[in-house]
Write a new protein. Structure first.
Length: 276
């Protein structure tokens, strides 16, 4: 009974906060795309009409864009960079585990150098320095340059995750495979890497979720993914521009849905692997 009495002030505070949120988000909200009704609220209630009005440019980008934008760009960058970084990370992690110094040291320098540089710096290098280094007649689209930066950044962190998984595989298994005549590549492909990936699957899923959110940084190099699409959709419209909060909540809900989906898929795959 005393615990309930002590908890009453906190429960009352929680109830008051819930009421304030519901009052702003539901009771006083405008759900139709009526700019005048939204402006009349003076921000005392939510204007969900901005989502109805601007959902298409936020999700799919503005009409007439010469490249992917909005949600398709976010998904493409995340999928391409994660898929390409996985084999690169496997090689880097295996190389860093090698007993040969000429192989382990370059991998270590690569991993630590990339991890020591902010992602936004890599994106700027890919966007503005890489075209200078390439031949003049070689025009690589900005989307693919950004994918390269995301891939290198992701591979450095993923390599350390996989290296932790490699350390869980007993060395005796590789020695036994060598005795049986398996080459190094076949040993890694059939014995070592599957066990290592299974051991660190939750960490790899968490890394994929983080990479999905990191794609929002490509906005600084003029690639308009989901958050960039929001800026374009509202930045040039003075009527709907004051309602950024509702639009960002919409984008946050999309990111949360994608991240929860990845987490669910990761749990399903982990359960499947555990069943054998």
């Amino acid at each position: 009974m005393k615990r309930w009495i002590k908890a009453l002030p906190w429960l009352a505070l929680l109830a008051w906060l819930v009421y304030l949120v519901l009052d702003w988000a539901v009771f006083k909200a405008v759900f139709r795309p009526d700019a005048e009704a939204c402006q009349a609220l003076a921000h005392t209630g939510a204007c969900w009409g901005v989502i109805v009005e601007k959902a298409k440019p936020i999700l799919w980008g503005l009409d007439g864009a010469d490249h992917l934008s909005g949600l398709p760009l976010t998904l493409t960058l995340a999928a391409v960079s994660w898929t390409l970084s996985l084999p690169l990370a496997l090689l880097l992690a295996s190389g860093r585990q090698s007993q040969r110094a000429w192989l382990s040291w370059p991998c270590r320098v690569w991993i630590e150098s990339v991890r020591g540089v902010p992602l936004i710096a890599l994106l700027f290098l890919a966007a503005y320095l890489l075209p200078v280094l390439l031949p003049p007649d070689m025009d690589v689209p900005l989307i693919w340059r950004a994918s390269v930066a995301l891939t290198f950044f992701s591979a450095a962190y993923m390599a350390e995750i996989i290296r932790a998984g490699l350390q869980t595989v007993p060395a005796e298994q590789s020695e036994a495979a060598s005795v049986l005549g398996l080459s190094w590549w076949r040993t890694q492909w059939r014995i070592v890497w599957p066990q290592a990936l299974r051991a660190v699957l939750p960490a790899l899923v968490s890394h994929a979720i983080g990479l999905l959110k990191d794609t929002s940084l490509v906005m600084v190099i003029s690639l308009h993914e989901l958050t960039g699409g929001l800026s374009l959709a509202l930045g040039g419209d003075p009527i709907w521009r004051p309602f950024y909060l509702e639009a960002y909540l919409f984008v946050a809900a999309i990111y949360a849905s994608l991240c929860l989906t990845l987490a669910w898929l990761g749990r399903r795959l982990e359960a499947r692997w555990q069943r054998g």
